[in-house]
Ligand binder design. Sequence first.
Ligand code: SAM
Ligand code: SF4
Length: 331
Amino acid sequence: MTNLLPLTDTFGRVHNNLRISVTDRCNLRCTYCMPEDVTFLPKDDLLTFEEIAALVRVAVPLGVDKVRLTGGEPLLRRGLPALVAMLRDIPGLLDIGLTTNGILLAQQADALASAGLTRVNVSLDTLDPGRFRELTRRDGVEQVVAGLLAAKRAGFDRIKVNAVAMRGFIEHDLAPLAHFCRAHGFELRLIEYMPIGAEAWERGKVVPAHELLELLDAQVAPLSPAADYDPAAPAMDFVYADTGAKLGIIASVSRPFCDRCNRLRVTADGKLRNCLFALDELDVKPLLRPTVRADELAAALRSNVRAKWAGHQFNTADFVKPARTMHSIGG
Ligand code: SAM
Ligand code: SF4
């Protein structure tokens, strides 16, 4: 009989949060995430929706109650609402989120809401078309804004706007982004720039959380820790003193949260990764194709979680960058 104890690693961390990449393709080319020229996976290598749902059906009884669909750009995967509807029907799965660059969101927001998507995070680093092009190597800021507004109309609440804080950019973009989010009721989440893209990462390009708070305080409005501020949570939650609206900072570099990590990832081609920065992967496609081998899948999930290291090493000289860049892992 399958062992239904939660997915726990050797450091006692319990894993309930599964990030599922549905494609490595993208319609943008963010410099911090992926190279301009890239060979994408052949279509047959991608897990099918049935295979993804089968994996989730095995993971839920092991304690996974949150999934997030990501990529690459997940909205490039044809018929994504159908996958959301399949996941919605899995008893015990409480939360189905999506992280998207928003380019195609205006066309799909209603269908995703009707299918049962519970949360949407939209990545947007700047409202300035020139800097958007510089950062993403493509045009499209108007489409992203249209996507965000469509998500709001579709009824999603607590829509988050993810912005990577890179020096040379965020100093210009922070105030306009924060004002935009405050005006529309979106929750801004600032993410420290991490060494997971194609370009050479420089610590000097990271704008640490304390500096972001100083900029916000000077340029937007003072913030104070949220009433439910949890020093253990990945996002440090703050509220604006004047409106009470929330803002989050994900300080993976200046304040790593590895010791509380509850995340597990599966790539679009079916490789389990127990850390964003993992150097090893476990291929579960052979346990899903041609037939689903549920007990072996459960054992694979367990062994992958058990093998998790204490945490990423990017604040030490021992750091080794994974071979995959962010777009092919799933952020
Ligand atoms: N394409 C979708 C999007 O952009 O939202 C989903 C995938 S993307 C890889 C997921 C998240 O990773 C985005 O919010 C993106 O900004 C973030 N990201 C990518 N590269 C990063 C880096 N080097 N440091 C910090 N965050 C990064
Ligand atoms: Fe594409 Fe998202 Fe990576 Fe930008 S961050 S290149 S939108 S996968």
